[in-house]
Design a protein around this ligand. Structure first.
Ligand code: KG4
Ligand code: ZN
Length: 351
């Protein structure tokens, strides 16, 4: 079976063609990061307009790169949520148009389930059940995945997502957007030197996350050491604490803050993940989503998993961020299970 995946839930316009849910024949992603960079975050209206500009070209390129004929597609799989409504509608509109014109089945895919299936896609002998943790800019969610069609949410963030916390901390320190890779780079090889930010909700049995207190703790600490700079010049809800002096000492303090912040995020994510494997008596885990590209997180979780006898699977870095190959792979499993949709499904901002 050949599935076409379409993804437009946030700031990537993506289409991909996947064979039998396992072999990626093409994977086209047009990122809008440059468009949103000056605002320090995704601007929904700009995102949907850009998706409209790109969607036809991206789909055509995915089909061409895959060297298949459009009539050979067996199903059209599209992200229908959670995400930005205006952005989702662009992908959904294109998918419905194609399905109608080609008289092919259509399948509405949950974006977070798509992230989980990035791991399934890359592993020929992938086995269920597993505990899945999606850590991205919009979500931090723990799943108990018993089978492709038995996916239970066991915990999620009560406020900011982990990636959102990275982005907000980078913004308040005046470091740029998106913040994840920037903070990871600054924290590399640096000791937090005793600076410790809070880890929330770590008590046993609590599978929810909270990162807004951590972000506020970073803000308070930064205000104390750097003071408050002229935030009115920068859009956004945070006062960026751009160190006014570019002394070696200031730069080192920013790196120390980055290291201490990242240590708190990683410890929280690792603790929750293994609390879930223990509680559900599952010996396999998948960690995915944009933040799963973080090398320090990967190393910590893989090594802790080894000690605990838990097999941990991370998708390759390229498949951690938003893409449509994961949507085509997830769609394949739904089609196989007979879970098709009629053409009247709607976009969902939450799911
Ligand atoms: O999954 P994704 O591409 O889009 C969403 O669905 O949100 O994730 C984007 C998020 C951003 O918040 C970004 O800062 C974060 O992933 N991210 C990282 C890294 N690379 C991207 N966070 C930590 N370390 C990284 N290396
Ligand atoms: Zn995502």
């Amino acid at each position: 079976m050949i599935t076409l995946g379409i993804e437009t839930s946030c700031d990537e316009t993506a289409a991909a063609v996947v064979l039998e849910g396992k072999k990626t024949l093409s994977n086209v992603v047009v990122s809008q990061i440059e468009l949103h960079r000056e605002y320090g975050g995704v601007v929904p209206e700009l995102a949907s307009r850009k998706h409209i500009e790109c969607i036809s070209l991206v789909i055509s390129k995915a089909i061409k790169d895959a060297r298949v004929k459009i009539g050979e597609l067996d199903a059209i799989c599209v992200t229908s949520g959670p995400g930005l409504i205006g952005a989702l509608l662009v992908g959904i509109g294109a998918a419905k148009g194609l399905a109608m014109a080609l008289k092919k089945p259509i399948c509405a895919v949950n974006h977070l389930h798509g992230h989980l299936f990035a791991a399934v896609l890359e592993n020929e002998s992938f086995q269920f059940p597993f505990i899945g943790m999606v850590v991205s800019g919009g979500h931090t969610t723990l799943f108990d995945v018993q089978s492709p069609v038995e996916i239970e949410v066991i915990g999620k963030t009560r406020d900011d997502a982990a990636g959102e916390a990275y982005d907000k901390v980078a913004k308040l320190l005046g470091l740029g957007y998106p913040g994840g890779a920037i903070i990871e780079e600054l924290a590399r090889g640096v000791s937090d030197d005793g600076l410790r930010f809070p880890r929330a909700l770590l008590e046993n049995g609590n599978f929810d996350f909270s990162f807004s207190g951590l972000k506020s703790a970073v803000l308070r600490h930064s205000e104390k050491v750097f003071g408050v700079s002229d935030y009115r010049k920068r859009p956004g809800s945070f006062r960026p604490i751009v160190p006014s002096k570019t002394s070696t000492e200031d730069r080192m303090e920013v790196r120390r803050i980055a290291a201490a912040f990242q240590a708190a995020v990683i410890e929280t994510l690792a603790t929750k993940l293994f609390m879930a494997t223990r509680s559900r008596d599952v010996s396999r885990a998948v960690v995915c989503g944009g933040v799963a590209a973080n090398q320090a997180l990967r190393e910590r979780i893989v090594s802790q998993g080894k000690n605990l006898g838990i097999e941990v699977i991370f998708p390759s870095v390229g498949l951690c961020s938003d893409n449509a190959a994961m949507i085509a792979a997830r769609g394949y499993s739904l089609v196989k299970a007979g879970k098709l949709d009629s053409l009247d499904f709607a976009a969902r901002s939450r799911w």
